[in-house]
Design a protein. Structure first.
Length: 452
């Protein structure tokens, strides 16, 4: 439960070993906690810079410990490190991020003057907005891609293991996950494929429906084929064959997805088994010829075959498109689908930004409410002290033979007068001194009816 609800049990004495963030939220009104995020991503830094400041999981754990314990650079910290971004989210007693920026430079042994031009900095409300946009896929190289949400959850989980998060970042990251889910649910930002490999798999699903009883032949073993293999596997493909010029490379990819590896020369012997063929090699001439596909169709007894030729130059003989029961798509065909889907995602992104605007306000409102925690706790403690004192006196009166209804009247009357004495005295003084704003605030605070 958030401390902002301030149940009475939350207002009891705390030990000195409590996290610094809790101490600051309770009593240091002169130095309210600050929230900021800084780092670099694919839009601000080339890959040769990004790879220099990336953190592997072991480094992340070490770095988080250094930030919040050894160096006292921040009270809370989460490090997000992917191939496209390295970002540090922090809360600390001031908004001075220079020590952390210098720490990042020193940790990776990169001169600050080389690193600084690629860094961006977000403070307070903008750091909240930035994380919500990242979690929702609005700050990704591919608009709306879902992988970043899982990477954020992994980074946050690691930070929790290292005890480098507290009230602020726990609330912020949990909030970002909820907002990302809302964006996925309420907009179409993730519904349309925008990568060639993903588009190919979606088209195969449109043709065959479920893929769990179908076989795919993947020709090549590069990044696009690997991505297609991953999408097919995640969508329940029944069987996978990977063909490559180098058998060992084919085996590496096939093993990862429970597939079967062959060489390019073995394709004719297995082509008839394939319902889906995705080709992407660096060959200068086709690896699938008209006669090979025609023979395979004959062996398949005219069962349809879906072929995607992603390669440039093409891997599939263009004449193959003349065959019946063949669905042949080239990279240009897929690009048309992708561009249309990108337009759809861009429209959805506008809706997502509106959701994020609202959710940023919700988080900032929660943050502002933390300033009232100490006052609420003090008020409850004071009221509890008065209540206990009067209850003890009431019990003493009962023990001395006073009538219960007289004791109840006494308790109710005295408790009411005692609790209202200070507010009423202050309101009289405010009225005497002409502080109408305080009087109006009191009417709102105590939910009193408007004055006639």
């Amino acid at each position: 439960m958030d401390s902002m609800t301030c149940q009475h049990t939350h207002c009891t004495h705390r030990h000195s070993s409590e996290p610094a963030i809790e101490q600051s939220l309770r009593g240091d009104q002169q130095r309210p906690m600050q929230l900021f995020a800084f780092g670099l991503n694919h839009t601000t830094a080339p890959v040769n810079i990004r790879e220099k400041v990336s953190f592997n999981p072991a480094q992340q754990a070490e770095a988080l410990q250094a930030i919040v314990q050894q160096q006292q650079l921040a009270d809370e910290a989460v490090i997000v490190s992917t191939c496209n971004r390295t970002e540090i989210y922090c809360s600390r007693s001031d908004a001075n991020y220079q020590p952390l920026m210098q720490w990042l430079s020193d940790y990776h042994a990169i001169p600050l003057e080389q690193l600084q031009p690629h860094l961006y900095f977000h403070h307070y409300e903008e750091s909240v907005r930035h994380l919500l946009r990242v979690a929702s896929g609005l700050d990704s190289m591919i608009l709306g891609e879902p992988q970043i949400l899982g990477q954020l959850k992994t980074a946050y989980g690691l930070a929790q293991q290292q005890h480098s998060t507290g009230k602020i970042l726990n609330k912020l990251f949990e909030h970002s996950f909820t907002v990302a889910k809302q964006v996925r649910t309420d907009t179409a930002i993730g519904s349309s494929p925008v990568s060639v490999a993903f588009a190919a798999v979606r088209l195969a699903q449109q043709i065959f429906g479920s893929l769990n009883k179908h076989t795919a032949l993947l020709i090549g073993a590069g990044e696009t084929i690997e991505l297609a293999a991953r999408h097919l596997h995640e969508n329940g493909l029944g069987r996978m064959i990977v063909a490559n010029r180098t058998l060992e490379r084919a085996r590496l990819l096939a093993t990862e997805f429970d597939g079967y590896a062959i060489t390019l020369n073995e394709i004719p012997a297995h082509l008839a088994e394939a319902d889906v063929v995705i080709a992407s090699t660096g060959s200068t001439e086709p690896v699938l010829w008209f006669d090979q596909v025609k023979q395979a169709l004959k062996a398949r007894k005219r069962r349809p075959m879906f072929i995607v030729d992603i390669a440039v130059p093409r891997d599939v003989d263009p004449k193959v498109s003349e065959l019946k029961d063949i669905y042949l798509y080239t990279v240009d065909d897929l690009n048309e689908v992708i561009q249309e889907n990108l337009r759809s995602r861009e429209q959805a992104a506008q809706q997502a930004e509106e959701i994020i605007d609202t959710q940023v306000s919700h988080f900032i409102g929660w943050w502002h409410s933390l300033s009232a925690v100490e006052t609420i706790c003090n008020l409850r403690e004071q009221a509890s002290h008065v209540r206990q004192k009067l209850v003890n006196k009431a019990k003493h009166m009962l023990d001395n033979g006073k009538q219960p209804h007289d004791v109840i009247d006494y308790l109710a009357h005295t408790l009411t007068n005692t609790l209202l004495h200070a507010p009423c005295a202050q309101l009289r003084q405010a009225g005497y001194e002409g502080h109408e704003d305080l009087v109006l605030s009191a009417r709102k605070l105590f939910q009193l009816p408007e004055e006639e």
